[in-house]
Ligand binder design. Structure first.
Ligand code: NAG
Ligand code: NAG
Length: 357
């Protein structure tokens, strides 16, 4: 009898476990050679750790949000497209940041990535964020009003890139040209400091993570010191902070809908590579985007991308050029108040400066 109860309990535990086990959604398509395109100075070459605010998040720049909408990769059915969501959310955020939050947000089409970036980036069976940025250096990524999210893999043809349907009889037609955005540069950031500098200088970033423990998360700063066996999911880091008790954390957006976590977001202990979140992050810098149909696309000013920045002598970019600093300053906040106070402590300054080189 006792054995039966134990067996039933064990079976229940296994079912629960399986129900909460994250499918591995990270996968590099066969034949894809992972690369980077870097033409401007990397933020870790001109930002010192001491210049980073203690608390910083792009969804709260003095009360104003510079991030785009929350997404749910799992409706209308399951699709392992976390990598496309993490990549396009962070790219859309960066466009919003470069536009200073003006106008309606540019919402990029995840479905087109599933339809057309299969060989470079992935499918509903998994993929990787950097592949999305790579695809965006050679292809125009349409807005989501061209192609809504269906959570399934479709053929790459003009109808599945941008379409409209004028009447009830099933005849839809492709639309071209269409409003779009492109990627100028993309690469990796690894480790707490490099990730913070990238996020502060240029905007949110997509990071691999072990999502198994996230299935139980309901809110607060998740502290999961156990070693993770590997990564299986992609999320985007949007900022960081420190609790009143002094615990450092990341502010992260997931793509599981708002009913999950803190309205679709979570916080996780920072600086310990928990859930491997600091082990592999991908960033993309926006190239150009459509603001007005049939006009030349908007290309952001040289910093943080472009020829002028890369031609500038090393070290010519200053901490003031970081987009995080620009955003805080325009919101009337001194971005370096914290940093300068910390820098006043001589021992710490020495330590931080040594880390920059
Ligand atoms: C993008 O999505 C947000 C949130 O739903 C919405 O407010 C905004 O108007 C959308 N942008 C466009 C151009 O429709
Ligand atoms: C992308 O948008 C630009 C305008 O911003 C337009 O000139 C170009 O043709 C568009 N690309 C495609 C493939 O529609």
């Amino acid at each position: 009898m006792r054995a039966t109860v134990a067996a039933v309990a064990l079976a229940a535990a296994i079912t629960l476990c399986l129900a909460h086990k994250q499918r591995n959604e990270i996968f590099v398509p066969e034949g894809e050679h992972i690369k980077e395109v870097i033409t401007s100075p990397m933020p870790h070459t001109y930002l010192r750790s001491v210049d980073l605010p203690a608390n910083f998040r792009w969804d709260d720049i003095a009360g104003r949000s510079l991030v785009t909408k929350n997404l749910n990769q799992h409706i209308p059915q399951y699709c392992g497209s976390c990598w496309a969501h993490g990549a396009l959310s962070s790219l859309g955020d960066r466009i919003k940041i470069l536009r200073g939050g003006a106008g309606l947000d540019i919402n990029l089409s995840v479905q087109v990535i599933l339809n057309c970036a299969t060989a470079t980036a992935g499918s509903c069976h998994g993929g990787f964020a950097k592949g999305v940025f790579e695809w965006g250096t050679e292809n125009a990524i349409p807005f989501d009003t061209c192609q809504q999210y269906k959570a399934r893999d479709e053929k790459c043809e003009p109808l599945n890139v941008c379409r409209t349907c004028w009447t009830f009889d099933d005849t839809c037609i492709p639309v071209a040209p269409y409003p779009n955005a492109t990627v100028a540069e993309f690469g990796d950031a690894v480790g707490e400091r490099a990730i913070m500098k990238e996020v502060f200088a240029r905007g949110p970033i997509a990071c691999d993570i072990d999502a198994d423990p996230l299935h139980e998360y309901t809110g607060g700063v998740l502290d999961w010191p156990q070693k993770s066996p590997g990564t299986n999911h992609v999320v985007s880091i949007v900022g960081w902070g420190v609790t009143d008790g002094g615990k450092k954390y990341w502010v992260v957006r997931n793509s599981w809908g708002e009913y999950w976590g803190e309205q679709g977001w979570f916080r996780l202990v920072r600086g310990e590579n928990q859930l491997l979140i600091e082990s592999n992050c991908a960033w993309g810098v926006p190239g150009a985007w459509t603001d007005v149909n049939s006009q030349t696309p908007v290309v952001p000013p040289p910093h943080p991308r472009g020829a002028a920045a890369s031609a500038a002598p090393r070290g010519a970019l200053t901490r003031e050029a970081a987009l995080g600093a620009v955003a805080l300053r325009s919101a009337g906040v001194d971005p370096f108040a914290d940093a300068d106070a910390r820098a006043a402590a001589p021992r710490q300054q020495q330590h931080e400066v040594a880390e920059v080189a």
